[in-house]
Design a protein around this ligand. Structure first.
Ligand code: ADP
Ligand code: TRP
Length: 334
């Protein structure tokens, strides 16, 4: 049994890239033998969202998404990052041992600067808070998307520095784990991302869903022309929803061309049907959780229960680190 941990930045409507790249694995693992910790990264979100209402709504939606999609909230700890404030204490201790050079090499920081985001000190030190998120729970496996791998590698470096200084066993070295589909394409064929406006939201349905799916970029070739499925954005999206047998069948028909070959319209229709099949029940649950007082109470109860469990683990690890560095004050609550 391994300790698995991942954080979810609450930054808008979750899309099928988030689902196949992250959420699906998180939910599956929560039903297995591993000891899973998942949290909504609201401290991190503050580096880009400075509107109290928007932040609160995003946290609410992200929580509802995981619960609606079947996260096992009994077996795993699902919580709000800020409900375990000890994580900021460990962040400071890590910061004192982290070289500026390490942070200056962060791709995600450089990407955000390139997008024109005005950097705050918090944005610059974001990887230290993320390292603290991981190390404070003695996490061993961190399932993330490709874009987050460097942050986990930085966490390994930080743990290594502290262990060199204070004892090899002080902090656990985490390993990252990619999902089988770490890069889901958007409607334009680029990486699906909220920042590119090319997403298919998990819980879209009916006419709005149809409008979005119709936007998936295709070319003008006729259905009967033989094609390589690997060249088609629309097939790449459909493929996510198919079983191995279904994949073989669709691929063979696309490659063969002729009368039985599916056109782009068929593939788009199949995507909508598959979305209804996969997310239909969760969609209903999602709306219930968000729109009814009972639903909102359920979400809050889940988060509180998760926080109590996570906080107990965090306090234990933090006490160990304070002892090692020679600080006797154990912080509030320990
Ligand atoms: P976005 O790029 O839309 O802002 P986030 O950065 O909030 O998405 O990502 C949340 C999680 O979903 C991360 O683990 C990220 O790696 C994963 N993810 C996001 N977009 C994709 C994608 N297109 N394909 C696979 N995984 C993705
Ligand atoms: N930075 C991650 C993202 O943008 C979210 C995150 C915060 C995280 N802390 C984490 C992921 C710890 C894994 C482990 O997606």
């Amino acid at each position: 049994m391994a300790r698995v941990l991942s954080g979810v930045q609450a930054s808008g409507l979750p899309h099928i890239g988030n689902y196949f790249g992250a959420i699906k694995q998180h939910v599956e693992m929560s039903h297995g033998d591993d000891d899973c910790y998942y949290f909504i990264a609201d401290y991190h979100a503050l580096t880009t969202i400075q509107d109290a209402e928007v932040l609160a709504t995003n946290v609410h939606h992200a929580t509802a998404t995981y619960v609606a999609l079947g996260l096992n909230t009994e077996k795993s700890a699902f919580f709000r990052q800020s409900d375990v404030p000890e994580v900021t204490e460990l962040t400071w201790l890590l910061a004192t041992c982290t070289g500026m050079g390490l942070l200056e090499r962060a791709h995600s920081y450089k990407d955000k600067l390139a997008k024109g985001i005005k950097p705050s000190v918090g944005l610059f030190t974001y990887p230290i808070l993320m390292a603290s998120d991981i190390l404070i729970y003695d996490a061993e496996i961190v399932p993330v998307g490709k874009d987050q791998v460097q942050h986990v590698e930085m966490t390994q470096d930080m743990a290594g520095h502290l262990n060199n200084l204070y004892g090899a066993e002080l902090l656990k070295r985490p390993e990252w784990r990619l999902s089988p589909t770490p890069k889901v394409p958007g409607t334009d064929g680029e990486k699906m991302s909220k920042s590119y406006g090319n997403t298919i939201p998990i819980f879209a349905e009916g006419k709005p869903l149809k409008k979005i799916v119709n936007r998936i970029l295709t070319d003008s070739r006729e259905p009967h022309e033989p094609k390589n499925p690997d060249d088609l954005h629309v097939y790449a999206i459909l493929d996510l929803f198919l079983t191995e047998d279904e994949k073989a069948e669709w691929r063979a028909r696309i490659e063969a061309g002729g009368e039985n070959a599916p056109g782009y319209g068929h593939m788009k229709k199949a995507i909508m049907e598959k979305m209804d099949e996969l997310f239909g029940d969760a969609r209903v649950k999602y709306r219930e959780l968000l729109d009814t007082p009972a639903g909102q109470e359920e979400l809050e109860a889940v988060l509180q229960q998760g926080a109590a469990r996570a906080r107990a683990t965090a306090q234990g690890v933090l006490a160990r680190v304070y002892d090692a560095v020679g600080i006797k004050n154990r912080g509030i609550g320990i």
